[in-house]
Write a protein that binds this ligand. Structure first.
Ligand SMILES: CC(C)(COP(=O)(O)OP(=O)(O)OC[C@H]1O[C@@H](n2cnc3c(N)ncnc32)[C@H](O)[C@@H]1OP(=O)(O)O)[C@@H](O)C(=O)NCCC(=O)NCCS
Length: 196
C-alpha cells in the first residue's frame, strides 16, 4: 500500500492483488498500495513511549541489541518463511529506518517494522510483524506510526508497502490507499529453469 502525502511527488502505486506470491518474497508481499493524507508529523502516537515503557516494552531503533534468531522466530510464528539469519542481518544493515519493541521481561523482540529506500524521495515498508502472543494490544500500530513519522521527518513522502488482503484494514486507517489513478505495481516473477 502507498502512503500518499499531499505534498508528495506524483509517484503512486495501486492496490492490486499479486498472485502467486513469488517464493523469494516474504509472505506479506501480496498487495501494493500507497498512503494518502498521512498523519501529522507531531508525535501524537496512539500509545506514547512512556505508556509503552510502563507496560514493560522498550523501543529500539537500531539492531545493536536485537537477537536476529529471536526475530526470525517471530517472523516464522506469523507465517513468514524462515530466512537465513546472516541474510537478515545484511538486509537490516541496508535498511533506512527500523523499529522494534522488546518485551523487557523476556528481553525478546515482540514487534518489528523496517523501511528501505533512497533516503530522499521513496521508501518501502517491510516485515511488519507482532508476535502472536502480543497482537491486538496496539504494538503493530505503535511501530507503524513511528516508522512513518521517521520517514516523513526525513522528507520522504512516497511511502509504499505490500499487504496481504487480510491486513488491509490494519493499514487503511493509517492513510494507506490504492492508487486512485490506477497505476499498477508489478513484481518480478519468473520461474527458474531446472538445472540439468
Ligand atoms: C498485522 C499486525 C502487524 C497487526 O499488529 P497488532 O499489534 O496486532 O495490531 P494493533 O493492536 O496495533 O491494531 C491496531 C488497529 O488495527 C486493527 N487491526 C489489527 N489487525 C487488523 C487486521 N488484520 N485487519 C483489520 N484491522 C486490524 C486493530 O483492531 C486496531 O484497531 P483500533 O486502532 O481501531 O483499535 C499483526 O497482526 C501481525 O503481525 N500479523 C501477522 C503478520 C502480518 O500479516 N504482517 C503484515 C504483513 S502485510
Amino acid at each position: 500500500m502507498l502512503l500518499h502525502n499531499q505534498i508528495s511527488i506524483p509517484l503512486r502505486t495501486p492496490l492490486i492483488p499479486i498472485k502467486p506470491t513469488p517464493k523469494h518474497q516474504p509472505k506479506n508481499a501480496a498487495v501494493f498500495a500507497q498512503q494518502r493524507n498521512p498523519p501529522p508529523l507531531a508525535t501524537n502516537f496512539s500509545i506514547s513511549d512512556e505508556s509503552l515503557s510502563s507496560r514493560g516494552f522498550a523501543l529500539h531503533r537500531t539492531i545493536d541489541k536485537l537477537n536476529l534468531d529471536h526475530l526470525n522466530t517471530v517472523f516464522v510464528a506469523v507465517g513468514f518463511p524462515r530466512r537465513d539469519t546472516g541474510k537478515i542481518r545484511l538486509a537490516l544493515e541496508h535498511t533506512d529506518a527500523l523499529l522494534w519493541v522488546e518485551y523487557e521481561k523476556t528481553k525478546r523482540p515482540v514487534a518489528f517494522a523496517r523501511a528501505t529506500g533512497d533516503g530522499v524521495f521513496n521508501a518501502i515498508i517491510w516485515d511488519v510483524v507482532v508476535d502472536p502472543s502480543f497482537q491486538g494490544i496496539g504494538l503493530g500500530k505503535a511501530v507503524m506510526e513511528r516508522i512513518i513519522t521517521a520517514l516523513l521527518e526525513k522528507g520522504i513522502t512516497n511511502i509504499v508497502l505490500y499487504s496481504e488482503p487480510r491486513v488491509l484494514g490494519f493499514y487503511r486507517p493509517m492513510g494507506f490507499v490504492a492508487d486512485p489513478d490506477g497505476i499498477r505495481g508489478m513484481v518480478y516473477y519468473k520461474k527458474q529453469k531446472k538445472k540439468k
